[in-house]
Design a protein around this ligand. Structure first.
Ligand code: ADP
Ligand code: MG
Length: 740
């Protein structure tokens, strides 16, 4: 009978022996790699292809829909559907689906075949490939299985998907076939948003409207629209499939619920700059190949801080597209890893004691000329505009820090935020010393004195000529300015970025609206526009000063300082989610037409329900794992000890030996007691009905009980013979890739 040690050793051997998968390398006839430019986006169908393939009238009609929100004519929809079908069928696609992002945070697909089967004259069945305009534009998935947070009663459980022409269609392909995915939004019978994409699109509209209004006042009279841009750096772990198969916790919850730290973790700091293991490199090349075909512009790849942790970063795109692209990227990473014998873990904290994973959201805004509004620029006007936009973002983040915190509140992120590796749960902004100095000077009403050449005297106002500040990179800030964009670093690795991006866009849209109003008032008083803008900037940076923090965000001093400053401090999701119940805090979202009060409340309920369900699964899995794996392993070890004592007589045992046995006995007693306590708590929770109260009890009592149980179980792992321990250990899971 194979012992568990044998199983683990065999998993390790398989991992080591795994042939580097001979993935579909894009090789040309000459055996050389095909340039990426030849196949980039080959599985997508977007505006460029439509312009090429449909009539000018039809394309103009589509643009009217995109730019002005006009309803697409049925004939146009049909014309587009025909070219899409022809393209897709030529690529070997058999099915299409309306692809959407329900509030579960994942993506959903409803598949239909391209074929239409009907009876011909003589009652013979005829099959034709068919795809109509209405199939393209609208769908009606059975919505009752998606969460609505109480917005729908069952008798009107209808939900609709509608094509989002702003995001390219794409083909998902694997060994099982090819499916055309149509990016859609998902909403209820009364137009309520049932997904994460609808509010994101609304937030971009509001941002564009309010920013244009403001920019016109500043002198950009011809600005037509403004877009938010996003580049989302994705962190992940890769763990051999054979180990994952032996870890019920990874399978059930995506993270390890038990596991003593290995003697070597990340303390040597040797992974970040280390060579990428060959096996992982093969995976990355394969994944990048897939992503390029899908038109996803990934650019950099590298090791991350923890062993077996990696990152992929795309080039930024408009936020609607890049949010879609990030969810597709997560899918592709997971699928590709499996093909390479590994599991891609996107959880925020798969392993205790080493770094977790985040998703840095690089965010900026651009105008319709493609100018980055957070780029200091080269002319005095660009600098003034830059300072104004920067000040508005600062003020918006300061005013809505609590809601931004709520937008990243998930059970997974609770493990990461503030855990000495990730930014704290306190939202603050890092600007860097040069920019910080410039703002301080503006606030003090001083001529800007960064350095001589940074001053540009316009006669009426001193406007600094700002050069990018690359000198100072603060990794501990949750929201950092990095030269020409902000980096929202507190977002969790498994998050749908549409959520934090919606809230950020909304906060800044509202900031633009308020700033425009104030500027109008200032302009009434003063004749000179630039001077009024400078005065507005001065006011905004003064009012938002408390949110700026340049120091070490991981430190205890900062927590105390933030408290003194009165910044919102919400250490857990449970606290953070309550913000969604605060109508005053969320008023900007309703005022900007991003979410109605009903939609916000539904999101609160869904978040609470997901928290409760996730934790019930985790806590239940932990209890089961301890009962079925840990206890029996310790029993075996104790039996073994008893046999040894019997053989030579307990009194003959060396004192130190006896002490070790007693330690294990004590640990065993702790495991049993703490398991009892956890199970009692679980019973209590299961018997409760009010979800909010359940969430609170889980966070306040069950989670600490679980942590104590884990502590004892991990102690047991250190005391039990390797051959008796049934679960793959941290050292095996985290370091196997480097052996392969
Ligand atoms: P850094 O030197 O700060 O790492 P990079 O140019 O490598 O800067 O960019 C890091 C990430 O920020 C990339 O995903 C990149 O696409 C993104 N990024 C750069 N400029 C912008 C922008 N204007 N808006 C949004 N994201 C951006
Ligand atoms: Mg990073």
């Amino acid at each position: 009978m194979p012992s568990t040690a044998t199983e683990r050793a065999s998993a390790l051997r398989t991992a080591v022996q795994t042939q580097i998968r001979n993935f579909e390398k894009a090789l040309g006839a000459n055996g050389q790699p095909i340039p990426v430019s030849d196949y980039f986006g080959s599985l997508t169908f977007g505006l460029a292809q439509m312009r090429e393939k449909i009539s000018k009238e039809a394309y103009d009609d589509l643009l009217q829909t995109l730019d002005l929100g006009k309803k697409l004519k049925p004939e146009t929809a049909h014309a587009i559907a025909v070219v899409i079908k022809d393209w897709a069928v030529a690529k070997g696609v058999t099915h299409f689906c309306h692809w959407f992002q329900p509030m579960t945070g994942l993506t959903a697909e409803k598949h239909d075949a391209f074929i239409s089967i009907h009876h011909s004259h003589h009652s013979e069945l005829r099959v034709v490939e068919k795809f109509t305009g209405s199939q393209l534009i609208q769908g009606e998935p059975d919505a009752s299985s998606f969460p609505s947070g109480g917005m729908r009663s069952t008798f009107e459980a209808r939900g609709y998907t509608a094509w989002d022409p702003g995001s390219p269609l794409f083909i998902m392909e694997d060994e099982t076939g090819k499916t055309l995915c149509i990016p859609t939004i998902f909403f209820g019978y009364h137009g309520q948003a049932l997904d994460n994409k609808t509010p994101l699109l609304r937030s971009v509209d509001s941002l564009s409207r309010e920013a244009c209004e403001f920019l016109k006042l500043v002198g950009d009279v011809d600005v037509k629209n403004v877009q938010a841009t996003l580049g989302a750096e994705q962190e992940y772990f890769l763990i051999d499939k054979n180990f994952v198969a032996l870890r019920p916790d990874l399978i059930m919850t995506g993270r390890t619920l038990l596991g003593a730290p290995s003697t070597r973790g990340q303390q040597l700091e040797d992974h970040y700059f280390g060579a990428i293991p060959r096996r992982v490199k093969a995976f990355m090349e394969d994944a990048e190949h897939e992503l390029y075909k899908l038109g996803i512009p990934v650019k950099t790849r590298h090791n991350e801080v923890a062993p077996s942790q990696f990152e992929v970063a795309p080039i930024f795109e408009d936020v609607g597209i890049s949010a879609d692209h990030n969810t597709i990227t997560m899918e592709v990473l997971k699928k590709t890893a499996l093909r390479h014998g590994m599991v891609c873990l996107l959880h925020e904290k798969p392993f205790a004691g080493i770094n977790g994973s985040g998703k840095h959201n690089n965010w900026s805004i651009r105008n319709d000329k493609g100018e980055n509004l957070l780029d200091p620029g080269t002319t005095p006007h660009q600098n003034l505009r830059f300072l104004a936009v920067l000040a508005i973002v600062l003020k918006s983040v300061y005013d809505h820090a609590d809601v931004l915190r709520a937008s990243i509140a998930t059970p997974g992120n609770d493990h990461r935020l503030g855990a000495n590796e990730a930014p704290p749960a306190i939202i603050s902004v890092f600007l860097g010393s040069l920019l910080g100095q410039i703002l301080d000077n503006i606030e003090a009403g001083k001529a800007v004195q960064a350095t001589e050449r940074q001053i540009l005297d316009l006669g009426v106002a001193k406007i600094p000529n700002i050069s990018r500040d690359y000198t100072d990179r603060n990794r501990t800030s949750p929201f950092a300015f990095t030269g020409n964009k902000f980096e929202f670093r507190a977002v969790g690795s498994s998050a749908n970025v549409a959520v934090p991006m919606t809230f950020l866009n909304g906060a800044v849209a509202f900031g633009f609206k308020q700033a425009a109003q104030r500027l109008k008032d200032l302009l009434k008083g003063k004749a000179n526009r630039d001077e009024s803008v400078m005065e507005l900037i001065r006011q905004l940076i003064t009012e938002s000063k408390k949110v700026r923090f340049e120091g070490n965000g991981y430190s205890e001093e900062w927590k105390a300082e933030a408290k003194r400053r009165g910044l919102p401090i919400m250490n857990t999701s449970v606290e953070a989610l309550q913000v969604l119940n605060n109508a005053k805090a969320t008023a900007f979202l309703t005022e900007m037409n991003i979410l109605t009060a009903e939609e916000i409340s539904s999101r609160y309920h869904i978040a609470v329900e997901r928290y409760v369900k996730t934790l019930e699964i985790e806590l239940g899995s932990l209890a089961e794992l301890v009962q079925t794996h840990v206890i029996s392993a310790v029993e075996k070890q104790l039996t073994l000890h008893a046999k040894v004592s019997e053989g030579i007589g307990a009194s003959e045992l060396k004192k130190t030996h006896r002490k070790r046995i007693e330690t294990l006995e004590k640990v065993f007693a702790a495991v049993l007691d703490r398991l009892d306590s956890l199970e009692e708590k679980l019973d209590e929770i299961r018997g409760m009905h009010d979800e909010s109260k359940k969430m609170k009890l889980i966070a306040d009592e069950a989670v600490p009980a679980a942590a104590k149980l884990r502590e004892a179980a991990d102690e047991a792992e250190r005391l039990v013979a390797d051959e008796l321990w049934p679960l793959p250990k941290y050292r095996e899971m985290l370091f196997a890739n480097s052996l392969a």
